[in-house]
Design a protein around this ligand. Structure first.
Ligand code: GDP
Ligand code: MG
Length: 174
């Protein structure tokens, strides 16, 4: 006891309505929120216990407004890694995410770990266009791609575990 756990700061990025808040709250509070104010930006904590000690997950749920400026600053200042979220049933949200991330990376001095997250998988029953496009994009960027549902919790823990893993790898590489 008394040993300080490592803390990982994850910034959740993406277009408005893709489920950033729902994913964050599902991960940290084990419930699905149907309506969350799209303009609210907040951070959430969760202790993740593992056999080898665990860690503190600190999630910054970003708001849609003024996203370009806000996200640049957040990416630069606050985050150890980023969950880049789009909605599988809305292919345009993948384009929006791509623009956000590109604009963000241009302003970064250092490379920031990223996981691509296709949310709302409960709403699509077969692999659609967004799915294929995301797999290609993830391959191009060299980042993991995971499908989630903030509603059913499918893939949610995996998405956060993946970004923590990417952050740990990046820190070990220094
Ligand atoms: P944000 O603007 O990215 O924070 O999006 P929200 O988390 O506020 O979600 C926008 C809407 O999509 C809300 O009505 C949510 O209930 C809904 N939603 C979010 N994630 C999912 C999901 O995985 N499945 C389904 N069916 N609805 C979702
Ligand atoms: Mg939100």
């Amino acid at each position: 006891a008394g040993r300080k756990l490592p803390e990982y700061k994850v910034v959740v990025l993406g277009a408005s309505g893709v489920g950033k808040s729902a994913l964050t709250i599902q991960m940290t509070h084990h419930c699905f929120v149907k309506e969350h104010d799209p303009t609210v930006q907040d951070s959430y904590w969760k202790d993740v216990a593992l056999d080898n000690g665990g860690y503190i997950l600190n999630v910054l749920d970003t708001a849609g407004q003024d996203i370009l400026r806000a996200l640049r600053e957040q990416c630069l200042a606050a985050g150890d890694g980023v969950l880049g979220v789009f909605a599988l049933e809305d292919p345009s949200s993948l384009d929006q995410l791509q623009q956000m991330w590109s604009s963000c990376s241009q302003h970064q001095k250092q490379w920031l770990p990223l996981v691509l997250v296709g949310n709302k998988c409960d709403l699509v029953n077969t692999s659609g266009d967004a799915d294929t496009a995301a797999a290609i994009l993830a391959h191009k960027w060299g980042v993991p791609f995971v499908k989630t549902s903030a509603k059913t919790r499918q893939g949610v823990e995996e998405a956060f575990a993946l970004i923590v893993h990417e952050i740990q790898r990046a820190q070990e590489a220094v």
